[in-house]
Design a protein around this ligand. Sequence first.
Ligand code: AGP
Length: 606
Amino acid sequence: MCGIVGYIGMRQAGDILLDGLEKLEYRGYDSSGIAVMEGGAICLVKAVGRLSELKSRLNGNGPAGTLGIGHTRWATHGKPSDENSHPHAGNTDRFAVVHNGIIENYGRLKSRLIEEGHVFRSETDTEVLPHLLEDSYDGDFLQAVRKTVSQLEGSYAFAAISSDNPQEIIAVRKDSPLVAGIGDGEIFLASDIPAVLKYTRSIMIFEDGEMARITPEGVEVYNEDGARMDKDIQQIDWDIEAAEKGGFPHFMIKEIFEQPQAVRKTLAGRISGTRVSLNLDWSTDEARAINKVAVIACGTACYAGMVGRSIFEQLLRIPVSVDVASEFRYMNPIVDEQTLALVISQSGETADTLAGLREAKARGARVVAITNVVGSSIAREADQVLYTQAGPEIAVASTKAYVTQLVGIYLLALYLGVLRGSVTRELEAQILDGLEALPQAIEDVLDRAGEIIEMADRIKDKNNVFFIGRGVDHTASLEGALKLKEISYIHAEAYAAGELKHGTIALIEPGVPVISLATQGHLLDKMVSNIKEVKARGAEIYGFGFNEGREIREESDQFFQLPESLRILAPVVTVIPLQMLAYYVSVARGNDVDKPRNLAKSVTVE
Ligand code: AGP
């Protein structure tokens, strides 16, 4: 979490830093700050709260200078406050540092530095960095950073400036993303590509262990051993518009409406006639040797994995485990050379997921990643990657990434199922047909926003909402509940419909909304019974189902009929109105939809 930026060139750094921070605010937004080299001295300005607070503190009148670094924070060590905001300086104000990640041994380092006479001003782990730089500096800035890094444990990307070296920024990456944008006589530094895209499309993506000395003339990159190395510059071809709101009031609703296109793009080139065609190079023997799929992911990506479990088990007939990555790595997982570890992550940078990937790999598993970000850490470390083509997802609440992850899961399950002989040609063609019809079905749902707004209006003042379903509907309901709670702040719980009566039904009282997903023909009767059980206790029923769900419709206070689609693909279609419901409830409650409280888009700390 946290976003870092830097600039060195001929323009005023302050404006460019603020602009970059605005693009990175999704990474954390409880405080922000900049440090600019003004007349040979480092000038720091910080403010607790959103970036707008920093802007009003600067009031168009920030420090003047053409070199600077900036930061937007998601608090890990110490509450959001001016003191805990980055950049941090040491005792002499000769260094300033912005950092993303966690210095795990900061406690020990801090105690030692205090004994040596250093005075700390914040509660952060980051503040040890400028103090260590002060200790290590003997006239060679790069060397001082190297000595500092040699004492650190943990994950970090940081950028440091020094008033003794007013023409350079030193940047380091270990387990947290960092890129440089290469301009003409100017260099931009950032945690993520969209922050620099307005200025340049020539991007250098740093790898773990690399250190860069950045001057207006260019970027010198050094490896972990301190040796100078050559580094490729990639040309980014995304449309800058893709990272802007494009007329929508929020990124989330824009991204919801982009889903038909995102699905089309994710399918493009992966269906050849009636056959699935993935560039994964598995042999029939390799596919048959797999006896387990272990899904590793967090949050929404993990819920995509839960749907994936049903799909993989149906199509491959092998056991699938799904674990949240933060548990997986510490659970002594049962994973070996015959396991396919399926790692799912929109950002490709989630620290827990990355650690889970490494754990699975260390145990011999073959790792396939489904991710949205080309060149991300997870993409680089996986054995093979299936990229979703969702385009940049900015809203903290994931929507189009989830839907394209599901599409990726169906494609992968078909690909392996065909190789293993558990999926017939006929079934393959039928599911591919269904996948190609999804964009139209999603558009049909999007066209009916009015119905969802009406539902949102009935739900917006409730304190608790339950989501129930059976089979694949239960797994789909998990994501519906997460979406609602993260942006509306209404308590929402997803339950297997048949399990409610074993305890949780005690929470059903008159007026409690129960969102009931019922898309699977063979489970409809059972769902009707479960709906009746909660209705008898006064629940309000919001049903979602296909045409044949007549009885569900009759039991519902409001029913949303899903557009016709293949039943095995129902989770893709069902989640669209649930995303919209969460969005419209959040808007009705006046919440900050794109940046919900306490959250951040990219969780690069464990
Ligand atoms: C989604 O709405 C969430 N904000 C969150 O659960 C997210 O999906 C999770 O943190 C995983 O992120 P990733 O896909 O980038 O790894």
